[in-house]
Ligand binder design. Structure first.
Ligand SMILES: [Zn+2]
Ligand SMILES: [Zn+2]
Length: 270
């Protein structure tokens, strides 16, 4: 399983890259998780916009899905698509309002809301908490997490590797089971553990590190750090709670995830 960071800036795109977007690949199957502001550009820098086999959204805040509407443009109006996008619609898995919200975001006029639902080029599926969804080599389990909107974390397994992604969340009961024993935990850590941070909604570096320790993960990757948050401080916080390998991800990083070893195979600021 390969994990590539297309974007990791927390809550909005930052000076060093796009908002949230991750690519997970195995056995020739390519899954994108989130398509935040700027992520479609990062995807096209590596692969074309038609190269995804499925798309997964943890929740519908703009920093996780703003580029979806422009992907719709590509799938509808590209003059030379590599395949017929109406015959091979892209599966999109997300919260219950996903299809309706994306149609509203895409519609150019109020009238168009009545005629545009984007199902001509996308196939929408609503996430079911606890259910295992098969996508090619991936088995994906969605767990509800604590955020101001309907939001999920994901556990993703292949026959060789497991990873978990928290999505956006404050500390909550479901996170430990989600991450239990995975090779890689990709955890949000939006801010430092300062007394004046808002309660809930997101994790601090301390809380991400504690989650990794409690769940016994192999490696902790910190993401979704807000542009105004000190990355080094978040990393130092996580290290006070988790003694295993931990680092802050950067756009362009690629990790090979397997049960024997997690290798960093490229990136770091590219
Ligand atoms: Zn976010
Ligand atoms: Zn959010």
């Amino acid at each position: 399983m390969l994990l590539t960071i297309l974007g990791c800036s927390g809550s909005l795109p930052g000076p060093h890259g796009p908002a949230s977007g991750y690519l997970v690949e195995a056995d020739g199957c390519r899954l994108a998780i989130e398509l935040g502001s700027g992520v479609l550009a990062a995807l096209q820098a590596r692969h074309d916009a038609f190269s995804l086999n499925a798309l997964l959204f943890s929740h519908l805040h703009p920093d996780h899905c703003a580029d979806f509407t422009t992907l719709a443009v590509a799938r509808r109006y590209h003059t030379h698509p590599p395949y017929d996008t109406r015959k091979h619609r892209l599966p999109v898995h997300g919260p219950s309002e996903t299809a309706d919200r994306f149609a509203r975001a895409y519609a150019e006029t109020a009238d168009e809301l009545l005629t545009t639902d984007l199902t001509d080029v996308f196939e929408f599926h609503t996430l079911v908490p606890g259910a295992v969804t098969r996508m090619g080599p991936f088995q994906i389990t969605a767990t509800r997490v604590d955020h101001p909107t309907e939001a999920y974390g994901f556990r993703i397994a292949t026959k060789d590797a497991t990873m978990a992604y928290t999505g956006d969340t404050g500390p909550c009961d479901g996170l430990r089971a989600l991450a239990q024993g995975v090779d890689v935990l990709l955890s949000e850590a939006t801010w430092t553990h300062s007394d004046d941070r808002p309660t809930g909604k997101h994790l601090s570096g301390v809380q991400a590190g504690q989650l990794a320790a409690d769940a016994g993960v192999g490696r902790l990757l910190l993401t979704h750090i807000a542009p105004w948050t000190d990355r080094d401080a978040v990393l130092a916080e996580a290290r006070t709670r988790f003694s295993g390998p931990v680092e802050v991800v950067s756009q362009g990083d690629t990790y090979a995830v397997d049960e024997l070893k997690v290798r960093v195979i490229g990136g770091h600021g590219n």
